[in-house]
Unconditional design. Structure first.
Length: 402
């Protein structure tokens, strides 16, 4: 669906398109096509980050005073949309979209001066230490302990599902600084370099064969008191603000349209005189068209959100939950259709990630490279960032008042 853009926005869109055509090289596109995870990983992330930083476009939502480009929400939407259409690598959210805004709101002048420029430049690669083995949805029950010892906190405990902890050189984490009062009242928000003594990162390889998440252990880790963000025991307020930034208006419809286009192309492919899956399966065609219609609805909703934010209005908890639910389920259904269209080639994963081994000759055509891993990876979409059930609980409370 083409939005109605003002002449200024149209000129901006053309500028973004020209930039992407020039800078998103075939090598970067090829590397990105092999990514199955949520965010661009390691070197690919660093390379694309450096290009956007040089252009001054790495932090679309940051204010100009901290190095942002000063775009309107609609310009940010256009930029994200064009990046999605061009299959640009997805920059991890943990630093620029989560920790950065938190530091702007709650950081000391020293923290802002030290961390924000390094976050922008990519020198600091961040990971998020919130979840623990028994504390995910019920985050306030977290147990990682920090005890004050002079100018330091001594931290013991563990974090789990930590995305990109193996690439990151900094982590923001929630710790328990007192066991007294309500669970929320005893939490603090700290920052630590990942190479500090007492940190161990243990990989978790997911069902898709990806190494995207980790378990991180703290054993007598010493964090300077100067790395406390906000007041001691007030970390819950900081943590909640960060989750609001995490959920802020995404642009998924364009990525989903691309995935559905790929599913359609794969289904239309004929081999050795066989009728294509597209031609032989009216049920597949029906479900694909149904999904395309629903993604059009999402596209409309995302543009409405951009327009609302442009007008200075908050989108509210209910809209955020509906969008999270819609996006995660559409993503899962789109990957299911792609896998179905692949047929037998769905067994092949040419990156060796599914146990075929890095030296195994490629099985099947190029388009079979990642759909299986993407399908498996997207099972987690209804868990991370607030699970399916938790979103329904929010809707029950906010919309139905129960
Ligand atoms: C791929 C991936 C990446 C992640 N990255 C990070 C990261 O970088 N940093 C980080 O801190 N965390 C990360 N997480 C963790 C994520 O935030 C948690 O998995 C999520 O909050 C759910 O917590 P849990 O896994 O402990 O499941 P639980 O909270 O134990 O939930 C188990 C099941 O019970 C349901 N449930 C829980 N509470 C309720 C309730 N009140 N009512 C009804 N049903 C309920 C859930 O919906 C779920 O189905 C990541 C997770 C995944 C899968």
């Amino acid at each position: 669906m083409e939005p109605t853009l003002s002449p200024t926005d149209l000129a901006f869109r053309d500028e973004v398109r020209a930039f992407l055509a020039a800078k998103l090289t075939p090598e970067l596109r090829a590397a990105n096509a092999r990514q199955a995870g949520v965010f661009a990983e390691g070197e690919l992330n660093r390379a694309w980050h450096a290009i956007l930083y040089a252009q001054g476009w790495i932090a679309p939502s940051w204010p100009v005073e901290h190095g942002g480009p000063g775009w309107t929400p609609m310009q940010r939407h256009i930029f994200a949309d064009e990046c999605a259409k061009a299959d640009a690598p997805v920059i991890p959210a943990m630093g620029l979209q989560m920790c950065g805004p938190v530091l702007m709101a709650y950081g000391t002048p020293e923290q802002k001066a030290f961390f924000l420029p390094r976050m922008l430049s990519g020198e600091h690669y961040w990971c998020q230490g919130y979840s623990e083995p028994q504390s995910g949805s019920d985050l306030a029950s977290l147990k990682t302990r920090a005890v004050r010892d002079g100018d330091h906190y001594v931290v013991d405990g563990t974090k789990i599902w930590t995305t990109h902890a193996h690439f990151a050189n900094w982590m923001f984490l929630l710790v328990r600084t007192t066991a007294e009062g309500k669970p929320q009242a005893g939490i603090s928000f700290l920052l630590t370099p990942m190479d500090a003594p007492g940190i161990t990162v243990q990989p978790i390889v997911s069902i898709s064969g990806e190494h995207e998440v980790n378990q991180v252990f703290f054993d007598g880790l010493r964090i300077p008191v100067g790395n406390l963000v906000g007041e001691e025991n007030q970390g819950w307020t900081v943590a909640k603000a960060l989750l609001e930034f995490e959920r802020g208006g995404g642009v998924m419809a364009s990525r989903l349209f691309k995935m559905l286009g790929q599913a359609r192309r794969i289904a239309e492919t004929e081999e050795a005189g066989e009728t294509s899956f597209w031609a032989s399966s009216p049920d597949f065609r029906r479900r694909l068209l149904q999904l395309e219609t629903e993604v059009s609805g999402l596209d409309y909703a995302e543009r409405q959100v951009a327009a609302q934010l442009s007008a200075g209005r908050d989108i509210g908890d209910a809209t955020a939950s509906v969008l999270k639910l819609t996006v995660s389920q559409l993503l899962q259904r789109a990957t299911e259709l792609t896998l179905e269209a692949l047929g037998d080639y769905g067994r092949a994963d040419q990156r060796g990630a599914l146990g075929y081994g890095a030296n195994t000759p490629p099985i099947g055509p190029d388009y079979a490279i990642t759909p299986t891993a993407k399908y498996l990876n997207s099972r987690a979409a209804t868990i991370y960032g607030g699970s399916y059930e938790v979103q329904h609980n929010i809707l029950a409370r906010v919309v139905l008042g129960i």
